[in-house]
Design a protein around this ligand. Structure first.
Ligand SMILES: Cc1cc2nc3c(=O)[nH]c(=O)nc-3n(C[C@H](O)[C@H](O)[C@H](O)COP(=O)(O)OP(=O)(O)OC[C@H]3O[C@@H](n4cnc5c(N)ncnc54)[C@H](O)[C@@H]3O)c2cc1C
Length: 422
């Protein structure tokens, strides 16, 4: 057992079972170490597809995968479901809310990021973030409940009960707005034929002057057109000031009657990083060296969203993306395997798969590192290929392809049911 005092092998403690933590763990499979992987959930969350769970396209098992299943063939690894509350880097020990402390010889920090509400009044209480599996289920249930309620009491529609405001013109906001619009116009039109679709608005609010600031102008224009075609109302240069359960107030003074606000506007490093005594980079991320180790702690690796990793090709900090998290986690695992077998660590080299987002059926955008762009069906195929590769198992890939193909032909959303307490 990895926790056994009798073990003489080095213990690698991996905190976080996201792309980064799982990537590190799996790359230690053949190494002479004991690996302990800890996450507060007993599943790995595939965040890029959360919006598909929230809109009924995928079911929970298409987005969450058992962590124990992901390491079941790895004899040197154990999984614990526990919440990390503190890490003492000097004592080399992690503490948990619900488990005895664990010491380590090497630590891989892969705890990801957290939602940042930027101090907007009412956001923590009333906004629906889309960062965890419960977030996605919560949003889906809330939206379905609004439609069922309006079906019973149609006058609620005039109060904005079916209107959704999505905040943030980056990939999370755009993908969510596009998917919600397709759910409304493609599915709910038929599910609720007596409710007026024109009063069920999807409004995308972005503080900056344009959506997708990271993309070239042509892709931004394409995105805006594709969203408008799907009846999403795009408001740029507008900042959300406050949120109540039924109203969204913008700094310009505009008030939108909306009973749902989806928050896709910002992230910050996991709150735990502030207690580590490390100098943090922008967005509370831990700065790392070329081999992903933390300065002053050669036994500690920070990987994925929690880390600020500088790309050796561009000298820019890499974005918080699934492929960055997976590749950095895998690199930490391989580097640790090298270290324990007496070899020198190697620098991390990121293989850029392009920046991409999908807007709806047949509509997506891709921009490669060299500036090459793609849009439409071709971009959607590229998006599908990259995201299928990120899914943890072949079974998950097959499941996603079947669900996507089904939805493409039939508009069907099998997941649009609510299972609440009776
Ligand atoms: C809605 C959304 C859409 C996205 N879309 C895309 C996309 O299309 N393409 C793309 O490449 N990237 C996308 N991303 C980004 C991508 O999902 C992240 O970059 C990636 O998940 C980061 O991986 P990670 O392993 O660093 O962190 P995470 O995946 O966040 O994993 C961190 C893990 O740590 C655990 N954890 C956190 N705190 C504690 C604690 N205190 N105790 C124990 N466990 C803890 C969490 O439960 C989680 O399992 C998206 C992100 C979001 C939120």
């Amino acid at each position: 057992m990895p926790e056994s005092a009798s073990s003489t092998r080095p213990r690698v403690l991996v905190l976080g079972g996201g792309f980064a933590g799982v990537g590190a763990t799996q790359n230690l499979k053949d190494s002479d170490v004991d690996v302990v992987l800890v996450d507060k959930h007993n599943y790995h969350t595939f965040q890029p597809l959360l919006y598909q769970l929230a809109t009924g396209l995928l079911e929970t098992t298409g987005v969450g995968h058992s962590l124990r299943d992901l390491v079941k063939k790895q004899d040197n690894a154990r999984v614990h479901q526990a919440t990390v509350t503190a890490i003492d880097l000097d004592a080399r020990e992690a503490q948990f809310a619900d488990m005895e402390p664990l010491g380590y010889d090497y630590l891989v920090l892969g705890l990801g990021a957290e939602v940042n509400f930027f101090g907007v009044a009412g956001a923590p209480e009333h906004a629906f973030p889309l960062y965890t599996l419960p977030d996605a289920v919560h949003l889906k249930d809330h939206v379905l409940a609004r439609w069922e309620e309006a079906d019973r009491q149609p006058d609620l529609v005039d109060d904005g009960s079916l209107t959704i405001v999505v905040v943030g013109g980056g990939p999370t906001g755009v993908e969510s707005a596009g998917a919600l619009a397709e759910l409304y116009r493609g599915v709910f039109t038929k599910d609720y034929p007596d409710l007026p679709q024109d009063k069920a608005r999807i409004v995308l609010v972005e503080a900056g002057p344009a959506l997708f600031p990271m993309f070239k102008e042509e892709l931004r224009e394409y995105t805006e057109k594709a969203l408008k075609k799907r009846t999403v109302e795009v408001m740029t240069g507008e900042v959300v000031e406050s949120i109540s359960p039924t109203r969204v107030k913008l700094k310009s003074g505009t008030v939108i009657d909306a009973h749902t606000l989806v928050w896709g506007a910002g992230l910050q490093g996991n709150a735990l990083v502030q207690s580590l005594g490390l100098q943090l980079e922008r967005g509370n991320r831990i700065g790392v060296g070329v081999d992903l180790r933390v300065a002053g702690h050669p036994e500690v690796f920070a990987v994925g969203d929690i880390a600020a990793i500088t790309d050796e090709k561009t000298s820019q900090v890499l974005p918080q993306l699934g492929s960055v998290a997976l590749q950095s986690g895998e690199h930490a695992g391989k580097t640790l395997a090298r270290i324990v077998s007496g070899k020198e660590p190697e620098p991390f080299k990121y293989r850029d798969k392009g920046t991409m987002a999908t807007i709806g059926r047949g509509a997506a955008v891709v921009q490669m590192l060299g500036g090459r762009t793609m849009k439409g069906k071709k971009a959607q195929a590229a998006w599908g290929t990259v995201h299928l590769a990120l899914l943890p198992t072949n079974e998950d890939r097959t499941k996603a392809v079947v669900d996507w193909a089904g939805a493409a032909f039939t508009h069907q959303r099998a997941g649009r049911i609510t299972i609440g307490a009776e």
